[in-house]
Design a protein around this ligand. Structure first.
Ligand SMILES: Nc1nc2c(c(=O)[nH]1)N[C@H]1C(S)=C(S)[C@@H](COP(=O)(O)OP(=O)(O)OC[C@H]3O[C@@H](n4cnc5c(=O)[nH]c(N)nc54)[C@H](O)[C@@H]3O)O[C@H]1N2
Ligand SMILES: Nc1nc2c(c(=O)[nH]1)N[C@H]1C(S)=C(S)[C@@H](COP(=O)(O)OP(=O)(O)OC[C@H]3O[C@@H](n4cnc5c(=O)[nH]c(N)nc54)[C@H](O)[C@@H]3O)O[C@H]1N2
Ligand code: SF4
Ligand SMILES: [Mo]
Length: 678
């Protein structure tokens, strides 16, 4: 008899949908969207509709393997038993610890799986108890967290509030591809007469659905935001009462705004002065006015400054006063329902343990003075040989002969080609986990629906096996999912809430007026146009435009390059599956404005080489008005090892960091494009 199991989607996506999985004779035969779940509402996305293609993919890794022969592209592997795999990894760790101490071991992971138990719980407890180096997981939102360290700039009102908005600015945000379910609220707002404007250097699917799309030069949003605020100040559109009651330092900021040149700001961001004025007036005069601030804004040299500058707008105009006004961002259950230390147990990590920025992996691996050296990397939930910037340097680093690399994944990824041992991982259908959404106020206890495919094991199970093999006695490492959940939940939520139903509302009522009366999470409790703490740390205490590393510079590489997210993949996950490969012909192209193509004598469909000093890749050209002159764009996620030598887009992106927070700067990159040699 067929049964229906509820499994929460663990992808790195704000929506955390609930899937209804039909299981017959032990096999998952159908996946549909749960209808009762507040965000899912009966619809999954293009990727997860085809989730069974991933679970039962013919290239799923079914058993542990060890590499035979050289590291790198074309690596060959041989089947081994789990006993041999665990013994080998534990021996290597033990030997490395004996020579260099435990910090020679580096856990390397991101959000390939978002679950609390599998990926933010047992794993962390294991490495903390071992005394391994810790990892600063900065690749995605480092700039954002850098800005957050100084001001309450991000956690805004819950998406439900958008239905009341009369204006929504999609600022570096492309939810139609990257977090679909917020669109339900946007459509309702639109029915009620809201105006939608996208601010994006690319004409995204979201931009196409808006009333208006404003092209901005990548990495220059702070210039645009400061320009808008200058107009708002000078045209007396400021909400003086809100500013006076709930903010500090506005007069100092206003003086700075008055001193700035609108012409220069316009030149930096490539938005005409008249358009900056128009955006400023529209934002200040429309009530309620919302900014849906995406993660894309902070992947540039001045990423943290950009977040901070945009976050000043609703404080200046008092947009926070209204339901549907202010910033609408990602302040969901992941941040409000859990106590991170309860889950991860940072206290188990010996005091003084170093933290390694994940974006700088290659640099540290290649630095002979980095002590203790990293000699063991345990990689899970992450595919750095696809997703990290500056791949040529990274791949050189991963070749280091004395480096022992373990990869735990569902597939033999590009990273697996550099591994000594690869372990097969379970899909979310095959293990228990707890999923807390970051885009909404709900979570799920996600239960195993089928037996593991092949010999796959979950993250937590492998860490517990390794812990036993290494003699780790700390009981927290061996906690069950419910015990770990009990340690994790904040007051007011119980394990029973989670285990009794398919999903839980973690806040009875979503926060729609989080800053109507101030209450900012800053030392002063007010919105800090002037930030004392930044001044103390030797930083500019006022919002400012920190120029991008590359996209404003002259030099041999004149084109801004954007390798954006694709609707049918989740970063590099799915890149090898038929679902993505079917899209390849259409989506794996370099979009270039007709003007730039004419300058280079290039025509539609021909094969080009995209390059800079870091590296290059080969791709068909598509002449397109989705990009303005001076910018080229593509989607990313396909695998290098399946590309027939064309290369990864991240061969050209830069490993430079954001101004604060040490984040990745993927969208701050310059290239040149030429006809590829035949
Ligand atoms: N289908 C799908 N969904 C995903 C993912 C995926 O790979 N595929 N990835 C997931 C992950 S890891 C994340 S972090 C989220 C991110 O989801 P979003 O928050 O939507 O962020 P991005 O898609 O990175 O960028 C959003 C938009 O910002 C634009 N942009 C780039 N640079 C700039 C800039 O300097 N200024 C401005 N104004 N706009 C800019 C891009 O062109 C893009 O259209 O999506 C998640 N959801
Ligand atoms: N050019 C360019 N590069 C980018 C970006 C971009 O927009 N453009 N985006 C950046 C951003 S925002 C992010 S967040 C990163 C993401 O980069 P990564 O974190 O590397 O994400 P993925 O490439 O999807 O790799 C996740 C891996 O985890 C595996 N996995 C899934 N579930 C499990 C599990 O339960 N256990 C184990 N052991 N493994 C599992 C998947 O199979 C997959 O191979 O990429 C960054 N790189
Ligand atoms: S929209 Fe996001 S959470 Fe929902 S099924 Fe797709 S990837 Fe998963
Ligand atoms: Mo991300």
């Amino acid at each position: 008899m067929a049964q229906v199991a509820h499994v929460a989607c663990p992808h790195d996506c704000p929506d955390s949908c609930l899937m209804d999985v039909t299981v017959a004779q032990g096999r998952a035969v159908k996946i549909t969207a749960n209808k009762a779940h507040p965000f899912t509402r009966g619809a999954l996305c293009a990727k997860v509709n085809k989730f069974l293609e991933r679970v039962y993919a013919p290239d799923r890794l079914l058993y542990p393997v060890k590499r035979i022969g050289a590291k790198g592209p074309g690596a060959r592997f041989e089947r081994i038993s789990w006993d041999e795999a665990i013994a080998t990894v534990a021996d290597k760790m033990r030997q490395a610890i004996a020579v260099h101490g435990p910090q020679t071991i580096l856990p390397y992971s991101y959000r390939g799986n978002n679950g609390v138990y599998q990926s933010n719980g047992i794993d962390r407890r294991f490495f903390h108890a071992l005394g391994a180096s810790t990892l600063a997981r900065t690749i995605c939102a480092g700039g954002l967290y850098g800005a957050l360290a100084y001001s309450d700039v991000f956690f805004g009102f819950a998406p439900e509030g958008l239905v009341e908005s009369k204006l929504v600015l999609f600022w570096a945000s492309n939810p139609l591809d990257t977090g679909l379910h917020v669109w339900h609220f946007v459509q309702e707002a639109k029915r009620r007469g809201a105006r939608l404007i996208a601010i994006d250097p690319y004409r995204s699917r979201t931009a196409r659905m808006c009333d208006e799309h404003v092209f901005v030069r990548p990495g220059t949003d702070a210039a645009l935001a400061l320009g808008m605020m200058k107009v708002i100040e000078e045209e007396e559109l400021v909400d003086r009462d809100y500013v006076q009651r709930y903010t500090i330092g506005y007069e100092l900021f206003a003086a700075r705004l008055r001193a700035l040149s609108l012409t220069e700001l316009s030149r930096a961001c490539e938005v005409p002065v008249a358009k900056i004025q128009d955006l400023a007036r529209t934002f200040a005069r429309t009530k309620p006015a919302a900014i849906r601030l995406g993660i894309g804004i902070q992947r540039c040299g001045g990423g943290a400054a950009a977040v901070r500058a945009v976050a000043c707008l609703p404080a200046q105009t008092g947009a926070w006063r209204d339901v549907g006004g202010g910033l609408c961002t990602f302040g969901g259950a992941m941040f409000t329902a859990q106590n991170m230390n309860g889950a991860m147990r940072f206290d188990l990590s010996p005091p003084g343990t170093r933290e390694i920025n994940m974006v700088r992996l290659a640099e540290h691996l290649l630095d002979p003075s980095f002590t203790p050296p990293i000699t063991v990397i345990y990689n899970y939930n992450c595919n750095p040989a696809a997703s990290l910037p500056d791949q040529p340097t990274l791949r050189r680093a991963l070749q280091r002969p004395d480096l022992f690399l373990v990869v735990h994944d569902l597939f033999l990824t590009d990273t697996a080609e550099y591994a000594d041992i690869v372990l097969p991982a379970t899909s979310p259908l095959e293990h228990d986990d707890v999923i807390l959404a970051y885009g909404g106020d709900f979570g799920s206890f996600s239960r195993r629906a089928i037996e593991p495919v092949g010999e796959a094991k979950s993250n937590a199970e492998v860490f517990q096996l390794l812990a036993r093999a290494l003699g780790v006695t700390e009981p927290a490492v061996y906690a069950s999912p419910t015990a770990l959940l009990a340690d994790t939940l904040k007051k007011g939520l119980s394990v029973d809430d989670f285990t009794r139903r398919p999903f839980v509302r973690t806040r009875a009522r979503p926060d729609l007026l989080p800053r109507a009366q101030g209450g900012f999470h800053t030392p002063s409790g007010k919105f800090e146009f002037y930030c004392e703490k930044m001044a103390r740390d030797g930083l500019d205490p006022l919002p400012t435009f920190v120029p991008p590393h590359e996209t404003l510079s002259d030099g041999p590489y004149p084109l801004n390059f954007l390798a954006r997210k694709h609707k049918d993949s989740l970063n590099s996950s799915y890149g090898h599956l038929p679902v993505m490969r079917r899209q390849e012909h259409e989506a794996r192209t370099l979009e270039m404005h007709p003007h730039d193509a004419a300058l280079r004598g290039l025509s539609d469909g021909e094969t080009v080489r995209v390059f800079n000093a870091r590296g290059s890749f080969i791709i068909p050209l598509k002449i397109s008005s989705n990009v303005p002159p001076g910018t080229v764009a593509t989607f990313w996620g396909w695998w290098d090892k399946l590309s027939g030598g064309k290369g990864n887009v991240n061969n050209v992106t830069s490993a430079k960091l954001t101004d604060l927070g040490g984040g990745g700067t993927f969208y701050d990159c310059r290239v040149e494009v030429e006809r590829a040699a035949a």
